[in-house]
Design a protein around this ligand. Structure first.
Ligand SMILES: O=c1ccn([C@H]2C[C@H](O)[C@@H](COP(=O)(O)OP(=O)(O)OP(=O)(O)O)O2)c(=O)[nH]1
Ligand SMILES: [Mg+2]
Length: 149
């Protein structure tokens, strides 16, 4: 298990820190550190604090914020940036852009679990400028070049 520094910005989080729900979980649920319910009208989005900050510290790691499948599928509550990427050197508050892509208003309750965070490995690459690439089977084919069947 990797250890990551975490600051509690909102004391309500102290008892409900992000944790893996099952031994095999990949995601850690993040909560809406709101003082009052927040109504998201259809197509509205809001930047919601999680009450936490983390400093991953290792450039070989990052965190990704993803929707929770239940909220996304049943209520249309996904992320305004589709996926949130937390850099390893970021130390500010963890924020979730909550987007109601559904047809009905949705009320986010204070401390509700609104998104999930996955810690992922990262490879930082340097670029070597070349005039031509070595041959590959795909070459420049893309965007459906292999067909659908
Ligand atoms: O859903 C998100 C996405 C990002 N961040 C924080 C952590 C991340 O490291 C930082 C910058 O994110 P990103 O690089 O995606 O945004 P940007 O628009 O490129 O901002 P910047 O110019 O600060 O890099 O904002 C969040 O708290 N939540
Ligand atoms: Mg950026």
């Amino acid at each position: 298990m990797t250890t990551i520094d975490l600051k509690i910005l909102d004391p309500r989080l102290a008892d409900v820190l992000p944790a893996y729900a099952t031994p095999g979980s990949a995601g850690l649920d993040l909560r809406a550190a709101l003082d009052a319910p927040l109504v998201l009208a259809p197509r509205d989005s809001a930047l919601i604090p999680t009450g936490l900050s983390i400093h991953i510290g290792d450039p070989g790691l990052a965190a990704m914020l993803l929707p929770r499948s239940g909220l996304g599928h049943k209520h249309g509550i996904v992320l305004g940036n589709l996926v949130g990427l937390i850099d390893s050197d970021y130390q500010g508050p963890l924020m979730v852009s909550c987007w109601n892509r559904g047809r009905e208003a949705f009320t986010v309750q204070p401390m509700e679990r609104i998104a999930q965070m996955v810690i992922v490995p990262v490879v930082q690459a340097a670029f070597r400028v070349v005039e031509s690439f070595g041959a590959s089977q795909r070459g420049d084919g893309g965007f459906g070049s292999t067909g659908t069947a």
